[in-house]
Design a protein around this ligand. Sequence first.
Ligand SMILES: Nc1ncnc2c1ncn2[C@@H]1O[C@H](COP(=O)(O)OP(=O)(O)OP(=O)(O)O)[C@@H](O)[C@H]1O
Ligand SMILES: O=C(O)[C@H](O)CO
Length: 518
Amino acid sequence: MAQVLTHSRSVLHWSPLWVRSMCSLEEQARAIFAAAVEGVQPDSVVRRALQRRGDELVVSEHSFKLCHNLHLVGFGKAVLGMAAEAERIVGDHLVQGIVSVPHGIQETLQRHRKLNMLLEASSKIKVMEGAKHNLPDTDAQRSAESIWKLASNLTERDLLLVLISGGGSALLPAPVPPITLQEKQEVTRRLAAAGASIQELNTVRRALSLLKGGGLARSADPAQVVGLILSDIIGDPVDLIASGPTVCSETSLEEVWAILNRYNLSATLPLSVKEVLNQTGSQQRSRLKDQPHQVNIFNAVIGSNAIALECASHKAQDLGLRPVILSPGVSGNVQAVAQLYGLLSRFACSPGKESPELRAQILKLGAEVGVRSWELCNTMEHLEAGGQENRHATCLLAGGEPTVQLLGKGRGGRNQELALRVGLELSRAPERSMTMFLSGGTDGQDGPTEAAGAVSDGNIEAEAKSQGLCIDGFLRNNDSFTFFSSLSKGQKLLLPGLTGTNVMDVHMMILPPPTQSS
Ligand SMILES: Nc1ncnc2c1ncn2[C@@H]1O[C@H](COP(=O)(O)OP(=O)(O)OP(=O)(O)O)[C@@H](O)[C@H]1O
Ligand SMILES: O=C(O)[C@H](O)CO
């Protein structure tokens, strides 16, 4: 492409050629995001993971005998679609099922015409809604009791298929007596408000619950348990996703107390919680009085951020781009994540000329946001090779769940804030860059907003200025949704609607070959 910037970085000087090219990059970025989400739809993940071979059910090369002995339970935001597909696959081998799903989800899926995620009228699966606002409530507790009863009545000839996805912890509350639901909820609420991570939160939840931390699988013994898990936690830790009801974990009470101490909660815990956490090993064993010596459990992660990135990568290739996957584990402060993407764009803009300082800065920032140095080195190698090859644009893909420090009172989400911050990095970079950035939540909802995320590029600061919008002000107030809604009539927002799945966020940078970008 010829010279694309005619004079300065001001919006008034971007050539029509440049604007056209950016539009098509944006369309490509949106299509790649759609492919990432499509690849982790609840029905597609179940279809890929679960096969029928005659009277056998096959999951990741493991086969289980079917003889009208299959029982199904599920809990989480995506399990309705998973259950619908599982029922289509197992047919009349299904005896009964119960799924605990978010309040209002059936009506929402109907409204969005996601009919393949709904059960047939003749379904043998009972749908129980609960956990309004993602908080465990008495409806969810009733669902948990029904699920426990179903599991406890199984025999050794039965197969229990357990469908698990994010949001499952709130949808399967079963506090250890004498802890009440309100007390358990209060402990988790206070931990979350104090800034505890999901790993810390679920470690505590496991210790206070009858069904979490393998309790559900234990209650199903001697039946064979098969857990199919759609992961919404970085690294796909099966013992922590939905607090691991099918993973018999040895929760160390020291670890639980350490977490409660870390957030200064130990002294003010309800007495019932202290009582349960102070139980001796033998008291705990008698609480789980039917605890078997060996439980037959098989767990498989069937959908994850990494799988979404793979699907995105295939789409990018189909569109003629060079896909490079950075990491599915991006975490940490959104500001640091934005800086890292800004630096990677700079790196890609100057192949062969990058300074050792730039490389060192990238490695340092990467470590702060959960990206390992081998992932960064691998990515930089690909970016260099792409620069030398000089033909195709590179599509850099990453995923995870960064965090936003909420200081303002505006409306936004971590994806929109990230897109805005990366746009600013690109706008203020010393090199002219045609990099296009996209960040989106795979569930279709970014924070308390209607959008999943947004796209941005190095033109955003000038564009905002020409429309009287001051980016720094919006950022100070965590008001990224209001910003993107106002900018160019909301054209940069990503609005896929509710997707029915959730494997955290997808980040994407499309980096044109250096001759086009500098
Ligand atoms: N005004 C805002 N600006 C930026 N981020 C925000 C804002 N308000 C909330 N958030 C962030 O949005 C996140 C919560 O939104 P969301 O419900 O999409 O999270 P989630 O982790 O994807 O939830 P789930 O996994 O249960 O779907 C929190 O990380 C919070 O910091
Ligand atoms: O349900 C939960 O615990 C969270 O979504 C993490 O899996």
